[in-house]
Write a protein that binds this ligand. Structure first.
Ligand code: ZN
Ligand code: ZN
Length: 471
């Protein structure tokens, strides 16, 4: 049984509302072109998921509208057929969007009849097995959708609206059957936040100094589904900061993901944890990454960040990336700190990416790739000084790594619940621990950036090779 979900860019939803509510009394319609993400096996349920990812909104010209009343809208098919052709070439999907200004929540008999005809037309034209989607917006901006697959309809179980804020639409969102374990946070933020957290599927990439507290906090908040990805095993030098780890783990070389999983399971909060001991760029992570709603980037490597950066835009999966930098003044004795800074960056469509923010060093990413795939060649190049070696281990202190994790998870809470208000949503925050100052750094999308500036990747979904990266 396949589940169907939709991810809408906030900007597209605004455009759709403007187009379909041009008249507050009468129904209006428009089209949305979507990329696809086909998930073979959701890492939590093992089920297939077809995810539709919004790319572009298309109006239906006035000349094509046949009837628009309080209870129905009908139109000629020129625009639809043109879009079907476009979709066919790139394996996109065309979504029919219409408004219900009268407030009827759900698909009406008129919708059933109209859509049967329309989607039959698509089936006849394309002859393909692609599912099609239909979305309704009501006066209060409630959204419901259904998928059509060979004349059968299936409910769309989750609609994510992604922008500066993250809005989730699903059945039972406003159910007040709150669990006692999480009652105290409902007192601050309301029951809907608890329901959202329970619904969410979140990946934590990297289970070290920032990743282990991030995962721990997500579990305490009641995030229902957590995926942990890390290739490393516990070493003695990790014990100063890795939550949940012990000397025995260092002796046994326990994988970091297993330590964090054990810590979450011991809470007995009903969180479903999945782990992959591997690198985020490996093939085995692809399907798992596609099946999440949000990612926390807790890795320090450039290659891993490069992957997450692309996923954010291609698959419309928001990434909260974090980092801590401790710099000691060169040659100082006794040691003197030059800087001790933390960073949290929220990546969403239309915001500047990690390349534009100079968080990723592409050359280092290539070097890291070489080190992982061809260690001999890498060592040779290090000796010949063609590539920089790994250098000395960087300093790290648990109080600061944990604070950055805490800041990052608060970022998630604000994006979901909006407690900081309209002006809270800055895409990057820095905490300067020496001066006790917080800053917000702006960044511009670079005109030549292939990831965030080009519309080509936004909501593109599945591509060959994965993320258009040849590794
Ligand atoms: Zn309708
Ligand atoms: Zn960029």
């Amino acid at each position: 049984m396949t589940s169907y979900t939709l991810t809408l860019q906030e900007e597209h939803l605004e455009q759709l509302k403007a187009l379909t509510f041009r008249d507050n009394e009468k129904e209006g319609a428009a089209f949305l072109l979507c990329g696809r993400s086909k998930i073979e096996s959701d890492i939590w349920t093992g089920k297939k998921e077809e995810r539709f990812l919004s790319r572009e909104v298309y109006p239906i010209p006035d000349a094509e509208i046949i009837v628009s009343t309080t209870t129905q809208v009908t139109f000629k098919h020129e625009t639809y057929l043109r879009l079907l052709k476009l979709a066919e070439q790139k394996d996109f999907a065309v979504v029919l969007v219409h408004s219900h200004p009268a407030g009827f929540q759900g698909f009406s008999k008129t919708d059933d009849n109209g859509e049967t005809g329309l989607f039959q037309l698509a089936l006849n034209r394309n002859g393909s097995n692609r599912p099609q989607l239909s979305l309704i917006i009501d006066r209060d901006s409630n959204l419901i959708a259904r998928a059509w697959n060979k004349n059968e309809t299936h409910p769309v179980s989750l609609i994510r609206v992604i922008g500066k804020r993250i809005h989730l639409h699903y059945e039972d969102k406003y159910s007040t059957l709150s669990r006692e374990e999480f009652a105290r946070q409902a007192l601050a933020f309301g029951p809907a936040l608890n329901n959202d957290l329970q619904k969410l599927k979140i990946a934590v990439i990297g289970c070290g100094g920032t990743g282990s507290p991030t995962a721990m906090l997500l579990a305490r908040l009641g995030v229902g589904h957590i995926l942990l990805i890390d290739d490393d095993c516990i070493e003695t030098t990790n014990l100063n900061r890795l939550h949940g780890s012990s000397m025995m783990d260092a002796k046994n070389k326990t994988p970091k993901v297993s330590v964090v999983e054990r810590m979450i399971n011991a809470m007995e909060l009903g969180i479903t944890v999945r782990t992959i001991k591997g690198n985020v760029e490996s093939k085995e992570c692809q399907d798992a990454l596609k099946s999440v709603d949000l990612i926390f980037g807790c890795t320090d490597d450039n290659l891993g960040r490069m992957i997450l950066n692309r996923i954010a835009y291609c698959y419309l999966i928001p990434v909260i990336d974090m980092g801590l930098k401790i710099k000691v003044k060169e040659g100082s004795s006794p040691l003197e700190l030059q800087s001790l800074d933390g960073r949290v960056t929220f990546l969403f469509p239309n915001g500047a990416c990690l390349l534009c923010r100079s968080v990723i060093d592409s050359k280092k990413a290539r070097d890291e790739y070489l080190r992982k795939t061809n260690p001999e060649e890498y060592e040779k190049l290090v000796k010949e000084e063609y590539v920089e070696g790994e250098g000395n281990p960087s300093p790290s202190v648990v109080t600061f790594t944990t604070e950055i994790a805490s800041m990052s998870v608060n970022e998630l809470l604000d994006r979901l619940q909006g407690f900081r208000g309209e002006f809270g949503g800055k895409s990057e925050r820095r905490r300067m621990f020496i001066t006790c100052e917080d800053g917000k750094t702006g960044a511009k999308q670079r005109d030549e950036c292939p990831v965030c500036k080009s519309k080509n990747y936004q909501g593109r979904g599945d591509m060959t090779p994965f993320l258009d990266i040849s590794l």
